[in-house]
Design a protein around this ligand. Structure first.
Ligand code: G6P
Length: 612
């Protein structure tokens, strides 16, 4: 969702801001803007666009970039107020001297707005954000950080916000509550951003702001306080991601690059997690055998593709560890009176570690005494800091809004967790454990072979690109893979697609089938393959064209029975989601390209959903 960047230092701010906004585009947005403090008597420049960042950049073609060493930039994902130029950030106070950008939702903005208007303040947008600069204006007495702190006492809701003022050149004030904000430390320069990815070209030294913390930054240093003004020791971490990992490196889209990075991403997720004896070791979960044995329930919370990875994990945990495992969309969990106690392990899957609903679910779980393990990709994310233990996905940065390599690694981390639980609880024999870790270790090479089939999937995509509806079916641990295949197609190609448990098809969705509705069926080797084949017969009898994923050399269908056959390398059923998801990603990608869609930044979607 909204992307944030701020800069103060010896460089010209405008190029840093515009370059960073381009890096933040992947978060999903619909308008953008910057403010650069004027220097040497020049006025502050504010520029906005209700189009893409490229349009904002074009606005400077004739006048040239504004000159100044301190500035802020924002990409807005509209919540309150349409994506217009007047609603785009930065927003300002009545004097035009205080400029602010914000990610989150100010829940009590209506009453504050009425109060501020009654006090004579003039508003120029429909946003919730605009109350903040006016509140700061009311409190400003020569100390921007103090004024921001006072203004925040009046605000309810979620925010990551960054403020600059013409009266304090060189200073940036940032604060966060339930929305991400990180500070980058350079040589005599400082940055602030919603996102580590935007900072990596400039610095690897990052201070992760905690909840309810405020940072007052200038090239001379950083002071962090809580909202009451008490000093807080900065937590500096060094980021290991490289700038070129966030480049397309010759691929036409980040999605395709990230699909192709999957063998390496999976190797990275497994690295250091299987010991010489072939047993899983996850030291960072912080739970020893006796604690893992004492658990009587696992509850997984997550959103989007992470929730689907959670469903795959449920199958693995229940099969390998013989402990009950529920999976809840995080947005539902919190409001569903969840049954948790000290013997519950809550596993939160989140690539970003900043998804608002997932964080809220984790806080509710902790409040009820559950132990929380995070599966996340971002070191220093709110989730990683709030959980009792962490399994890092080790995928490297993912830029395409639609998750691919991180979804793969979420499934892999879920299977690792299931193996670890199974071992600790004595539910999994050593031979079976070793057999499965060996199979996991072989999966990257199988994915490589799958990737070699891209030309076949691209050709198929051309033939199906103009379909209006599609159905994906699977059984057992591949039912969630069907959900993911449908989700990928919806997200990037805007084709209506549904994922269904194959046996459920005849309880409703079969009514939708006709020769114009292709059905993608996962029919690889499994304990339920015979049932799956029957379900595909039912589909075929309704004249729906079938695209079947089958195990190499094990085609269970008569010649010509299915329209398209995709052969998938053999692996254990439990590991098969890691391989089966790949052709579905490639198919969705090529359909989207064929339809001319904005693959990396699909309409209305955001990479990281930081509001509830
Ligand atoms: C958004 C993204 C999805 C992602 C979901 C959860 O909807 O577009 O790709 O799966 O958020 O994100 P998380 O960072 O919590 O994994």
């Amino acid at each position: 969702m909204c992307g944030i960047i701020g800069y103060s230092g010896p460089r010209q701010a405008a190029p840093v801001l515009l370059d960073s906004l381009q890096r933040l585009e992947y978060r999903g947005y619909d308008s953008a803007g910057i403010a650069v403090l004027g220097e040497d008597g020049r006025p502050t420049t504010v520029a906005k666009s209700n189009l893409k960042v490229a349009d904002l950049v074009r606005q400077f073609d004739a006048p040239g970039l504004p000159r100044g060493h301190t500035g802020i930039g924002h990409t807005r994902w509209a919540t309150h107020g349409r994506p217009t130029v007047s609603n785009a950030h930065p927003h300002r106070d009545c004097t035009g001297r205080i400029h602010i950008i914000h990610n989150g939702i100010i829940e009590n903005y209506r009453e504050l707005r009425i109060e501020l208007i009654a006090a004579g303040h003039e508003f120029t947008s429909d946003t919730d954000t605009e109350v903040v600069p006016h509140l700061i204006e009311q409190h400003y007495q020569g100390d921007l950080a103090a004024a921001v702190r006072s203004a925040l006492q009046r605000i309810r809701g979620a925010y990551a916000l960054v403020v600059i003022s013409d009266d304090e050149p060189g200073r940036i004030v940032g604060a966060r509550l339930n929305a991400p904000l990180v500070v980058g430390l350079g040589d005599d320069e400082v940055f602030v951003s919603s996102d580590i990815t935007a900072l990596i070209p400039y610095t690897k030294r990052v201070v992760v702001l905690g909840e309810g913390q405020l940072a007052s930054l200038s090239p001379d240093g950083v002071v962090i306080t809580n909202l009451a003004g008490a000093d807080v020791e900065p937590r500096v971490i060094t980021v290991t991601w490289e700038a070129d990992q966030a480049q397309k490196n010759g691929f036409p889209h980040f999605m395709l690059k990230e699909i192709h990075e999957q063998p390496e991403a999976l190797r990275s997720a497994l690295r250091g997690r299987v010991d010489d004896g072939g047993f899983v070791d996850l030291p960072d979960i912080g739970l020893d055998d006796s604690r893992l044995r004492s658990l009587d329930q696992v509850t997984i919370v997550a959103c989007g593709s992470a929730w689907i990875a959670g469903l795959v994990t449920k199958y693995a945990i229940e099969r390998l560890a013989r402990v009950r495992c529920d999976v809840e969309p995080a947005s539902e969990f919190r409001y569903s009176d969840p049954l948790l106690d000290g013997q519950t392990l809550v596993v939160a899957f989140s690539q970003s570690g900043e998804t608002a609903d997932t964080l809220a679910a984790v806080r509710e779980a902790r409040r009820q005494g559950a132990t929380v393990v995070a599966v996340t990709n971002v070191v220093g994310s709110a989730l990683s800091m709030e959980a009792d233990g962490v399994v890092y996905m080790q995928s490297g940065p993912e830029i395409c809004v639609a998750a691919t390599k991180t979804m793969l690694n979420q499934m892999a981390c879920g299977i690792l967790l299931a193996l670890r639980l199974g071992q600790a609880r004595g539910a999994l024999g050593d031979d079976e454990h070793r057999r499965l870790t060996t199979a996991l270790g072989e999966a990257p090479a199988l994915i490589e072979r799958m990737l070699n089939m891209e030309p076949q999937l691209a050709e198929m995509a051309q033939r199906y690109a103009h379909t209006r509806n599609a159905m994906y079916i699977g059984r057992g641990i591949n039912f969630p893979v069907a959900l993911e295949g449908a989700l990928k197609l919806k997200e990037v190609s805007y084709i209506h697609a549904e994922g269904y448990a194959a046996g459920e098809l005849k309880h409703g969705p079969i009514a939708l089938l006709d020769p114009d509705v292709p059905v993608v069926a996962i029919a690889t080797r499994s304990r339920t393959l015979a049932k799956m084949v029957s379900n595909i017969q039912e589909v075929s009898s309704r004249d729906a064209p079938v695209i079947a994923l089958v195990t190499e050399g094990e085609n269970p269908f008569d010649a010509g029975f299915v329209r398209d056959l995709v052969e998938v390398p053999l692996t254990d059923e439990l590991i098969s989601p890691l391989v089966n998801v790949v052709p579905l990603q490639l198919f969705a990608y090529h359909v989207a390209v064929e339809r001319g869609c904005d693959v990396d930044q699909p309409r209305n979607l955001a990479k990281s959903v930081t509001v509830e």
